[in-house]
Design a protein around this ligand. Structure first.
Ligand SMILES: NC(=O)c1ccc[n+]([C@@H]2O[C@H](COP(=O)([O-])OP(=O)(O)OC[C@H]3O[C@@H](n4cnc5c(N)ncnc54)[C@H](O)[C@@H]3O)[C@@H](O)[C@H]2O)c1
Length: 265
């Protein structure tokens, strides 16, 4: 029996990187996964790769109507969702995000996806999960939300002023949602995950910031990882899987760091 057998899961940004790995691990452990993704080709490809009842829904986390459509699509196919992974995020809209060169346009673009997108996800996710009434009220409601933050939400990132602020907001929002749900007896847990340096498209984008020298920057950055190697998407996916599963039934409002020890020193 899988660790999330029969659970209905939604993964935003599930078309590549950490989202794709999370969707795959959830499906391997028995969940029925909907890939909610901006990039239709990637989203469709992952849904086909997973097979079975996995599906792709074209989705933009910034748009309220898109969330309404996503939740309706999941409800029509499966009923109430059990798991929502608010994974979609962007790093930057140009190659420099130091304070002096970050204009309001880039600042807002990053907050729109990373903060407003997660806010809307929590709002519509909780709403869909309590559709049958919270557990405290005898209903079948309940569920798990996992929000993707970053170590940039915990410590300074001088060259990523907008991204760091957005991930700090996700960390804090997660705790507010967790306690709101707990106090209302909804049976819904909400936790944040904080990856360090992970090998994905975004990982390469991080390394290219500023001087564009991706390879040299990977090497320099790895010197800062006590475990001496970068994380892989599946390392983060395994933490998401744990938090989404009933194994984490007493964990809410927590932050789980996946960074090879980077922030421990
Ligand atoms: N890679 C890292 O080193 C790292 C480190 C810390 C945190 N994270 C976080 O993990 C998450 C996933 O990162 P990744 O490295 O896999 O990134 P990625 O860039 O490889 O993938 C992000 C996915 O999100 C999708 N997306 C972007 N905007 C969207 C929108 N408006 N609506 C729906 N989908 C959208 C993209 O199409 C893409 O499929 C992000 O929130 C990121 O900030 C990544």
């Amino acid at each position: 029996m899988g660790r999330v057998a029969g659970k209905i899961a939604i993964v935003t940004g599930g078309g590549t990187g950490i989202g794709r790995a999370a969707a795959t691990r959830l499906a391997e452990e028995g969940a029925i996964v909907t890939i909610a993704e901006f990039d239709a080709a990637n989203g469709q490809a992952v849904a086909e790769e997973l097979g079975g009842d996995a599906a792709f829904v074209e989705h933009d986390v910034r748009e309220e109507a898109s969330w309404q459509n996503l939740m309706k699509s999941v409800a029509d196919r499966h009923g109430r969702p059990d798991i929502l992974v608010n994974n979609a995020g962007i790093l930057a809209t140009n190659n420099n995000q130091e304070l002096a060169v970050t204009d309001l346009e880039q600042w807002r673009a990053v907050q729109q996806v990373n903060v407003e997108g997660v806010f809307l996800g929590c709002k519509y996710g909780v709403d869909a999960m309590i559709a049958n009434g919270g557990r405290a009220k005898g209903g079948a409601g309940g569920g798990a939300i996992v929000n993707m933050s970053s170590i940039a939400g915990l410590v300074a990132t001088a060259h990523l002023v907008a991204y760091g602020a957005s991930k700090g907001a996700v960390r804090q929002m997660t705790k507010s949602v967790a306690i709101d749900c707990a106090k209302k007896g909804l049976g819904i847990r909400c936790n944040s995950v904080h990856p360090g340096v992970i090998v994905t498209n975004m990982g390469n984008q991080v390394m290219g910031m500023g001087n564009g020298n991706v390879e040299a920057n990977w090497e320099a950055r790895l010197n800062l990882v006590p475990m001496g190697e970068p994380g892989q998407a599946v390392d983060v996916a395994n933490c998401i899987l744990f938090l989404a599963s009933d194994e984490a039934r007493h964990i809410t409002g927590a932050e789980l760091v996946v960074d090879g020890g980077m922030t421990a020193i």
